[in-house]
Design a protein around this ligand. Structure first.
Ligand code: SF4
Length: 205
């Protein structure tokens, strides 16, 4: 009988097949019909306009490290979590960009890592949920967008969605539970395996 983990992976693989079959042109048509023009207001990067948390995948972290010379711990923290193993170490999944209220990469209303900003930033205010287009609050909604820009956004959305699912599959395949024993007090589980950190627990719970 399949374990819960095997069932989850099997369901994710079915979701991946559906994601790979998504018609970008149909999504592009929906974006065009909605309308969007970025007003460069940077509200999505700032704290005063709501949740500006940016989830980031290992591949995106590595890309930012390569382009900027920064190291991972300079700009990400573990996703906050209340999960603990029997020795009290915190376990969490994935990473989020550091904030000082606003995103740490926001400088004079501009993104300092614009060329390698995460997918979530490239595709805001759109995202795919169960393969369907969803829209977050944004001042740019309703703006004038052409066919080419709509298609670029749709392709990025599909890529982001596929990466999300692949990340979840690989994470689960490598996940062995909340087991103590690493060198640190916080363990981040992602598609690369376990990352043990010595960190201020307040940053992770
Ligand atoms: S990475 Fe750039 S675009 Fe994304 S939230 Fe930070 S400043 Fe904004």
């Amino acid at each position: 009988m399949a374990s819960q983990k095997e069932r989850k992976i099997s369901n994710l693989k079915k979701a991946l097949d559906k994601a790979l079959a998504i018609d970008e042109k149909k999504i592009a048509g929906q974006i065009k019909a909605t309308g969007f023009l970025c007003k460069k207001c940077a509200q999505c990067c700032r704290a005063e306009f709501g949740d500006n948390t940016v989830m980031i995948f290992p591949s995106e972290i590595n890309c930012i490290c390569e382009k900027t010379g920064l190291s991972r711990d300079d700009f990400v923290i573990p996703t906050p979590s209340g999960d603990r193993d029997p020795e009290g170490n915190i376990h969490t999944f994935e990473w989020v960009l550091k904030k000082n209220g606003d995103c740490i990469f926001l400088e004079n209303n501009q993104c300092e890592i614009y060329e390698c900003r995460p997918y979530i930033c490239r595709t805001y205010p759109f995202f795919l949920l169960d393969g369907k287009l969803e829209i977050s609050e944004c001042m740019g909604i309703g703006g004038n967008i052409n066919d080419e820009e709509s298609l670029i956004l749709a392709v990025l959305l599909k890529q982001r969605y596929i990466i999300e699912i692949r990340e979840a599959i690989t994470l689960l395949e490598r996940f062995n539970g909340f087991i103590p024993g690493g060198r640190g007090n916080v363990c981040v589980h992602d598609s690369e395996g376990e990352h043990w950190l010595v960190t201020n627990p307040d940053q992770a719970n």
